[in-house]
Design a protein around this ligand. Sequence first.
Ligand code: RNT
Ligand code: ZN
Length: 412
Amino acid sequence: MYEHSKQAYAAFGVDTEAAIAKLGEIPVSIHCWQGDDVVGLDGGGAASGGIQTTGNYPGRARNFEELTADIEKAFSLIPGKKRLNLHASYALLKGDNADRDGYRPEHFADWVKFAKRIGLDGIDFNPTMFSHRNMKDGLSLSSPDENIRKFWVRHCIACLKIAEYFADEMNSHCLVNIWIPDGFKDVPADRLTPRLRLKKSLDEILACGYNRSKVIVAVESKVFGIGVESYTVGSNEFYQNYAAKNDICCLLDNGHYHPLEYVSDKIPALLAFYDKVALHVTRGVRWDSDHVVLFEDELKEIAKEIVRNDAADKVLIGLDYFDASINRLAAWVVGARNMKKALLWALLQPNARLKALQDEANFTELMVLQEELKTLPFEGVWAECLRREHQKGAEWFKEIKEYENKILKERK
Ligand code: RNT
Ligand code: ZN
């Protein structure tokens, strides 16, 4: 099957061997929070702050042992380089009564051990500014209450120190992504002052003196959330300007814009100005619903923008979805495999030729060629990628079903 595919692509000037080799180099950061419905391990409880997990599929991981067992199983079915994306709420406090502003590297030592044991390529990190009593009136870094605001500033600074520890231990950068749920349900009386407070908080966080060669700080904007429909403090314009002026990074979550705005179009816009762009790849169904990533057009477009702009080391790819209505391990595997598939898809486009047709204003041939490419025998190349990594094709799901029967069903 691969020989047939190889020749079919070669006829269009595409080298499948080069594509397979390149795919193997691109890491995807996989979120730990698909496994436990964003509950975390520090006692904060179910996700709040405008995000919500729906569904009650049996087998939610309830502790570190269960979560790491599930991650290990799911990741074993995902080819290629993998990083682990953790939230601060996954701290292992083991009886220590530290609050979130006092979390330390030692609270994540078992995660590092785990990541090393299963051979991951790095750890990324996120301060957790939800599911906590100091989310006062739905505000964190933009709170008018100085005690609250300062608490979350200290939390973010603590996270930067932990991120340095991850970077040192894993010998790879650590992306620290700041997302806050802050906003208002109804028409605000003041849209500026909360943003000025957020700006001040970010300034204070960045001034802590973290190591910029090891830790990449990103800010993740959002247009609205449940309960903050009318206004979010951390809007797109706010963060893009903040990031540009302070030499940090923007994180684009493709569920966080108007449904007719496309992150695939935003990536090249940012690449014109930034050395790094971070992504939360997700799938919004009518809203920021965080459905499992499927192999569909916008995902392919996102992958194309990464590949054809030679930006695989500039775009930090992370996943962000949480579905509790289906087997959670299957959700991980489907979404992560689809991200990899989309990257392979993009690597199998004759990108130089397509660009030339655009520059020559040969739009007829460009359309014809793009349409022909859609029905090339992609599967043969994907199957070859899997085969070379001793990965299963469609039969991977059998393993998940066995795991469900043996392990998940026992979790009652
Ligand atoms: C919320 C943001 C944020 C979270 C995770 C859990 O809308 O997308 O990234 O989903 O941090
Ligand atoms: Zn996100």
